[in-house]
Design a protein around this ligand. Structure first.
Ligand code: TTP
Ligand code: MG
Length: 398
């Protein structure tokens, strides 16, 4: 059992209830905590939280965001208001019948977009693979070869949630799992200000407790049709062989068969391409030796190539970053003749840039990356004069 402190991000493999580093009892504890890397983050009562942030006198009041009167509907109700029954999409008159004391605030999209942009910028400090679903929710891929900070995903998520609270002024709920479907389920599990984890070992049992309506893609109409066939729980679907699910629901049945077993192979697809792919390392001790710097560079170049592969991207400009022992940051660029996704090409260019800097000065950090990204199909055109097969490295005889 590992525990991560949601206040300070410290983690401890003995799973304490209280953080040894900061004394907080806001610990998230789970046996797979350090192995899970797919997250879904959803803001709590998003529009209402922004309104409360901007008008602290509303903090403890029931707040409904929506156009008052007439035929308006609730866009969101804060958690205080929800206790009385108002919900998103409910006619305003009905919400006010249930909670007459509610303060109704008209929506201000410009503010919500701005908050959403700030949150997005924080996500992008953690990973380039951010897939937003709307202004207030996104999937994040925090796998070791993707994330930009070398810390377990759970630690990054705890830090992100705190950073959003302190810098944007609203709270979020975090779901952490091993695929998108379960991460989204998890983030919804203990709202508001939740951090919920669904591990591989528990996924099927957890799903078995749910009604079919809780599944992704099962709306009211589908749930009704399933009920007509006597199926109301996920447990029932779990017991049906995939062929049966497929014969009843076609393509969706195939998806269901995977989902109910806790499987989901969808990748996290960023809505806009990353501007660069890079990786860096801070040394435990400053390094002067050019040979040692080259060794570090070689590992990093391999990391860059792995990231490019995951993102199906290639890049044309190699960027070397160094930080001297007195915290001076040096960046140097080299534009390649063709975009690449190959570690050896990145390394060769990086090494040339490094040779000019590694003059005996002490460095505390080295990083390498690629910018000017493009689709991988444009990378590494075969060299006409050196017919080298990329898979074997063998030279073809001509
Ligand atoms: P949600 O994330 O669905 O809801 P929420 O953030 O208000 O509350 P929760 O804590 O349950 O996540 O939607 C995000 C925002 O989108 C919400 O604040 C307002 C807007 N919205 C609408 O305008 N109409 C709707 O029907 C819903 C569901 C949301
Ligand atoms: Mg939300």
């Amino acid at each position: 059992m590992t525990a991560v402190c949601r206040e300070c991000g410290a983690y401890d493999r003995s799973g304490p209830l209280v953080c040894a580093a900061c004394g907080s009892d806001r610990m998230v504890r789970h046996s797979e905590l350090l192995d899970l890397t797919i997250a879904h983050i959803d803001c709590d009562a998003f529009y209402a939280s922004v309104e409360k942030r901007d008008n602290p006198s509303l903090a403890d009041k029931p707040v409904i965001v929506g156009h008052p009167g007439g035929r308006g509907v609730v866009t969101t109700a804060c958690y205080v208001a929800r206790k009385f029954g108002p919900r998103s999409a409910m006619p305003m008159f009905k919400a006010l019948e249930l909670c007459p004391q509610a303060v109704v605030v008209p929506p201000n999209m410009a503010k919500y977009k701005q908050a959403s942009g700030q949150i997005r910028a924080l996500f992008e400090q953690a990973t380039p693979l951010v897939e937003p679903l709307s202004l207030d929710e996104a999937y994040l891929d925090l796998s070791p070869d993707i994330r930009l900070v070398d810390r377990p995903a759970a630690v990054l998520l705890a830090r992100l949630a705190r950073a959003i609270e302190s810098r944007v002024g609203i709270t979020v709920s975090v779901g952490l799992s091993y695929n998108k479907f379960l991460a989204k389920m998890a983030s919804d599990r203990n709202k508001p200000r939740g951090f919920s984890v669904i591990g591989r070992a528990e996924a099927k049992n957890f799903l078995a407790t749910l009604p079919v309506r809780a599944l992704w893609g099962v709306g009211e109409a589908t749930a009704r049709r399933m009920a007509e066939q006597g199926i109301t729980s996920v447990a029932q679907l779990q017991r049906m062989p995939p062929s049966e699910l497929i014969s009843r629901w076609g393509k969706f049945g195939r998806q269901l068969a995977e989902m109910v077993q806790g499987e989901d192979h969808r990748r996290i697809i960023p809505d806009r391409p990353a501007k660069s792919v890079s990786t860096e390392t801070t040394f435990a001790r400053d390094i002067r030796d050019p040979e040692a710097l080259s060794q570090a560079l070689e590992k990093l170049a391999e990391g860059v190539a792995r990231r490019l592969e995951r993102q199906d991207a290639a890049g044309r400009t190699v960027v070397l970053k160094l930080k001297t022992s007195d915290f001076q940051v040096i960046t140097r660029h080299h534009r390649l003749a063709d975009p690449t996704r190959r570690a050896d090409v990145v390394l060769r260019a990086g090494q040339t840039l490094l040779d000019k800097q590694a003059d005996g000065r002490a460095f505390r950090l080295i990083g390498i990356g690629l910018c000017d990204l493009c689709p991988s199909s444009e990378a590494d055109p075969p060299d006409l004069f050196s017919l080298r097969s990329p898979s074997t490295g063998a030279r073809a005889s001509v």
